[in-house]
Design a protein around this ligand. Structure first.
Ligand SMILES: O=C(O)[C@H](O)[C@@H](O)[C@H](O)[C@H](O)COP(=O)(O)O
Length: 243
C-alpha cells in the first residue's frame, strides 16, 4: 500500500504540458501490458485536455484501443447528455474521437431507477469484468486510476463527512445529499485496487489544498487513499507553487 509520503510528484509548466505528460505516461503503461488494460477515468474539468490529447495526437495512432477498457471513477446521477454528466464530457473529449469499442466502456449510459440501483449495477459490471467478487491486492482491478482533487479535498465523489468514506464492503456507493445532484462513486477499496493512481491537479486555486494533501492531512478524503500500486501527483506549476 502506498501512502502520500511515498507519492511521486511531477510538476509541469502548464495544463497542456500536464496533459501531454500524462498521455505519454498512460501510453507507456498501456503498451507495456500485453492484455486488457483497465483505466478508471476522473470527471471534472482538469482531465478534459488529457482525454482530448489521447484522441488527437500521436497517442491515437499507437494506443492499444482494442484491449483498453474505460471505467468511471464516479458519475453524477443525471442524464447522459446533461452538461454535468462525466460521461458526456468523456464522450465529447475521447469516446467519440478514438476507435474505442462500445464494449470497452463500463458502463454505457443507462436509466437506472435510483442512485442505489445505478451503484449496484455498476458494481456487478465491475465484478464481472474482474472475474471475482473479492479484490486481490496481487491482481488489481485497474491498471490506472485517474483522479482529481476538489477544493475541499474530495476525490471521485468521496466528499468530507459522507458515509461513502466508510464503505469498505462495496466497490461502488451512492452519494446522496453531498452535492446538488446525487452521485455514484468508486469506494476506497475499488479506487485503491490499482497498479497506478494518478492525481491530475491544475490551477492556482488548488495550491493550498495540494499542499495540505502532500502533507498527509487526513481530514481530506484524497489523503486517505492507500493504493496497492504506485501513487502519482501530476500538477502544473500554478498548483504546485508553494505559498
Ligand atoms: O465528478 C467529478 O467532479 C470528479 O470526479 C471530481 O472528483 C473532480 O475530479 C474534482 O472535483 C476536481 O474537479 P476539477 O478537475 O474540475 O477541478
Amino acid at each position: 500500500m502506498t501512502g502520500i509520503s511515498d507519492a511521486k510528484l511531477e510538476v509541469l509548466p502548464d495544463p497542456d504540458a500536464l496533459a501531454r505528460r500524462v498521455a505519454a505516461w498512460l501510453l507507456a503503461a498501456a503498451t507495456a501490458k500485453q492484455d486488457r488494460f483497465a483505466v478508471a477515468l476522473s470527471g471534472g474539468s482538469t482531465p478534459r485536455r488529457l482525454y482530448e490529447h489521447l484522441a488527437d495526437t500521436a497517442c491515437r495512432d499507437s494506443f492499444p484501443w482494442s484491449r483498453a477498457h474505460w471505467f468511471w471513477g464516479d458519475e453524477r446521477f443525471v442524464p447522459a447528455d446533461d452538461a454535468k454528466s462525466n460521461y458526456r464530457m468523456v464522450r465529447e473529449a475521447l469516446l467519440s474521437r478514438a476507435p474505442i469499442p462500445a464494449g470497452n466502456i463500463h458502463p454505457m449510459p443507462t436509466t437506472p431507477s435510483s442512485p442505489e440501483a445505478a451503484a449496484s449495477a455498476y458494481e456487478r459490471e465491475l465484478k464481472s469484468f474482474y472475474g471475482a467478487d473479492r479484490l486481490d491486492s496481487a491482481q488489481p482491478l485497474f491498471d490506472v486510476t485517474l483522479l482529481g482533487l476538489g477544493l475541499d479535498g474530495h476525490t471521485a465523489s468521496l466528499f468530507p463527512g459522507t458515509p461513502a468514506l466508510g464503505v469498505r464492503d462495496r466497490w461502488v456507493a451512492a452519494v446522496v445529499g453531498a452535492e446538488p445532484e446525487a452521485r455514484i462513486t468508486l469506494t476506497y477499496p475499488a479506487l485503491e485496487s490499482s497498479r497506478r493512481v494518478a492525481f491530475l491537479i491544475s490551477g492556482s486555486e488548488k495550491r493550498e489544498i495540494l499542499t495540505r494533501l502532500r502533507r498527509g492531512d487526513e481530514s481530506l478524503p484524497a489523503a486517505r487513499l492507500r493504493p496497492v500500486g504506485s501513487l502519482w501527483f501530476f500538477a502544473d506549476a500554478a498548483a504546485a507553487a508553494f505559498p
